[in-house]
Design a protein around this ligand. Sequence first.
Ligand SMILES: Cc1cc2nc3c(=O)[nH]c(=O)nc-3n(C[C@H](O)[C@H](O)[C@H](O)COP(=O)(O)O)c2cc1C
Length: 325
Amino acid sequence: MKTRITELFGIKHPIIQGGMHYVGFAEMAAAVSNAGGLGIITGLTQRTPEGLAKEIERCKGMTDKPFGVNLTFLPAVTPPDYPGFIKTIVDSGVKAVETAGNNPQKYMPALKEAGIKVIHKCTAVRHALKAESIGCDAVSVDGFECGGHPGEDDVGNWVLLPRAAEALKIPFVASGGVGTGSQLAAALALGADGINMGTRFIATVEAPVHQNVKDAIVAATELDTRLIMRPLRNTERVLNNAAVQTLLAKEKEMGAALTFADIAEEVAGVYPRIMKDGDMDAGGWSCGMVAGLIHDVPTCKELIERIVSEAEAIIRSRLEGMLAA
Ligand SMILES: Cc1cc2nc3c(=O)[nH]c(=O)nc-3n(C[C@H](O)[C@H](O)[C@H](O)COP(=O)(O)O)c2cc1C
């Protein structure tokens, strides 16, 4: 397939792996890129710019295909060394960056000067338009279904994607809830130039996470995610578990009085315990509704080829056939 996204990033298939905390290591990004998609290393998982530089070098040793780096701008009392991370990315020669969490305007000049293509992930058309206006090359439009942070507007992709198509000039990918070839075909029909997937890529052979995480995603249905931290306006879609139940009970009980400190036990520092140790009740971890469509753990190559061939078959046979009739 050739779309504005395959052209922009120099990739074979219009499929991107979104940044994922404690999942987006070099192994994940390289596997996706080697399979013809765009793999993304998650910058902040490396904690320091030096750590990220090493991870990028590791990834270069695993693939000669393009890959990118995710930089998530978090609301934090002591923010990470963002200028240092930007410098590392620029110096490394990586040519694609996925920004998320907040407006990347401050860092755009440095990224653009280095010839880096920027895809900004956002959950609202107004934020996508802002990204377009500050010079982002593309956006990832993350619908309400998504694993991670869906924002506070709760607009699903069935409306959000055609709204993005109405409003945007730059290319966008459909993100959130995507895991199949029928959805790739649908995303293209709705005006997107490709797809971005998170949860689906965790349930792959190469994803460098504990087997328990992959098993939990395969076992989950589309009814098994929950929204946490809504009272803090930092909503996150996570897989339901005992810790999430505890957290939701606190939210209900404390209402508007809830602070981050009240739920820190269920959310702070849980990712290594889940992703590395496989302690599935350690806390809330991002997972999308697409879990209901995930029934196996293929290699990234098998997954991407399956998605693309299914989409092609739907476009060529099913849809084309309807016109012929
Ligand atoms: C375990 C996990 C961790 C994530 N961590 C991040 C992150 O650190 N930064 C970010 O921008 N997005 C993060 N995301 C969001 C993904 O990049 C992607 O936008 C989202 O998963 C798409 O929805 P889907 O899971 O339905 O495919 C994460 C998602 C998951 C499932």
